[in-house]
Design a protein around this ligand. Structure first.
Ligand code: PLP
Length: 412
């Protein structure tokens, strides 16, 4: 494969070589079923339990029986939400936000179809949760609050500790779930102190340099939640199915690595992201950073490029060997504007022209500099073809700016 500049790490990440090394024996000599009784199988079982302890420790020193291994974050989210609903049939009110990943957002829509009242709390123009609307939505009969830790498209971080505290203050039996898929490995997750009011937390291996196809669900002891997959005794009867041993070992090693390197990775990645942001904003006219004024993950840059037909942007980046995304992996490829950017009221002139660059510990300064060199030229070329740009560039700057305020385009 030709060399690529991979800046789509919120979609998936490269598996770390250390993770591959840790997993390899469980494909080769240690392939036994961890439920079997013979000695080599018991060694495999021990590896699973050691991995569970590692993950429990990394999440703030929770109990290892509070950690379930799943197939992905989508499964963890579905299991958390449908499991809570199934275990608590008397309550029919759920709160989530308007910018969740589809693995929560669509579950919310499904609950509505099943007769639940679901409040999708709005965000402001920077993608920050509207706390007043959230507090108003909380009711004594609320069953569940599910709010993501950080947004996959913009990197905007939600104050999950505060969201959870406010829920428990309304009624200690409200169950709080957070989708921490984008924060694991990037932000500290401490379920014993800062996030002590969170009952359920999801994460995914492939966002933190472990493989695709492995997830974690933290389920605080005593949280009423019915099993999602039944038909086996594995995971204490809470998630049936033979354990994906190599991947379980892999996700634990990836979490361990993220913790070991966190401070160094975080400051280096932030510096590179800030450099990319500064230079692109300086070189491209009519651009703004989606969520730029909010607290954001250090690796994510989501740019609204006004007056452009955006699908071409990703293809031209791709032709230059640069991988980026126009939204989350699940929504890019569709011409529907992302529900996240819509919820943030990103103006019509930019909602189709938003691009997300997401960095990782493997991103280099040379790669970022190459994007800074190539991307403004791509925008320039595309704008020449854009009917919106024709209108905008002839308008006085104030008029163009006022067009940028609109959420619907009336001019062209
Ligand atoms: N939640 C968030 C915030 C995500 O970013 C993603 C993946 O993009 C998911 C859930 C789904 O993760 P998985 O691919 O492990 O199902």
């Amino acid at each position: 494969m030709d060399t690529v500049i991979y800046l789509d790490n919120n979609a998936t990440t490269r598996v770390a070589p250390e993770v591959v090394d840790a997993m390899r024996p469980y494909f080769e000599e240690l392939y036994f079923n961890p439920s079997s009784v013979y000695e080599p199988a018991r060694r495999v079982h021990s590896a699973v339990e050691k991995a569970r302890k590692t993950v429990a420790k990394a999440l703030g020193g929770v109990r290892s029986d509070e950690i379930l291994f799943t197939g992905c974050a989508t499964e963890s989210n579905n299991a958390a939400i449908f499991g809570t609903v199934a275990a608590n049939p008397l309550r029919k009110h759920v709160i989530t936000t308007g910018v969740e990943h589809p693995a929560v957002y669509e579950v919310g829509r499904e609950l509505e179809r099943r007769g639940f009242t679901v409040d999708f709390v709005p965000v402001d123009d920077e993608g920050r949760i509207n706390t007043v609307a959230y507090v108003r939505a909380l009711r004594p009969d609320t069953l569940l609050v599910s709010a993501m830790h950080a947004n996959n498209e913009t990197g905007v971080i939600f104050p999950v500790a505060e969201i959870a505290r406010l829920a428990k203050q309304t009624d200690p039996s409200i169950i709080v779930h957070t989708d921490a898929t984008q924060t694991a490995g990037k932000l500290p997750i401490d379920l014993r102190s800062e996030l002590r009011n969170v009952d359920l937390l999801s994460l995914s291996g492939h966002k933190l340099h472990a493989p695709k196809g492995i997830g974690v669900l933290f389920q605080r002891r005593g949280t009423p939640c019915r099993p999602f997959l039944i038909g086996g005794h594995q995971e204490d009867g809470r998630r049936a199915g033979t354990e994906n041993v190599a991947y379980i070992v892999g996700i634990a090693r990836a979490i361990e690595l993220a913790a070991e390197n966190h401070d160094e990775d975080e400051s280096r990645i932030r510096e590179l992201r800030d450099h990319l942001e500064r230079e692109l904003v300086a070189r491209i006219p009519y651009v703004h950073v989606n969520g730029g004024a909010a607290e954001r993950l250090s690796n994510t840059l989501n740019l609204a490029i006004h007056f452009i037909e955006g699908e071409g942007m990703l293809y031209q980046l791709s032709a230059a060997g640069i991988c980026a995304s126009s939204g989350s992996a699940c929504t890019s490829g569709s011409l529907e504007p992302s529900h996240v950017l819509r919820a943030m009221k990103v103006p019509f002139t930019a909602v189709h022209g938003s691009v997300r660059f997401s960095l990782s510990r493997y991103t280099t300064r040379e790669e970022v500099d190459r994007v800074i060199e190539v991307f403004p030229q791509i925008i320039d070329n595309l704008r020449r073809l854009s009917p919106y740009w024709d209108v905008a560039k002839q308008a006085p700057r104030e008029k163009a700016l006022s067009m940028m305020e609109q959420t619907e385009m009336e001019h062209v």
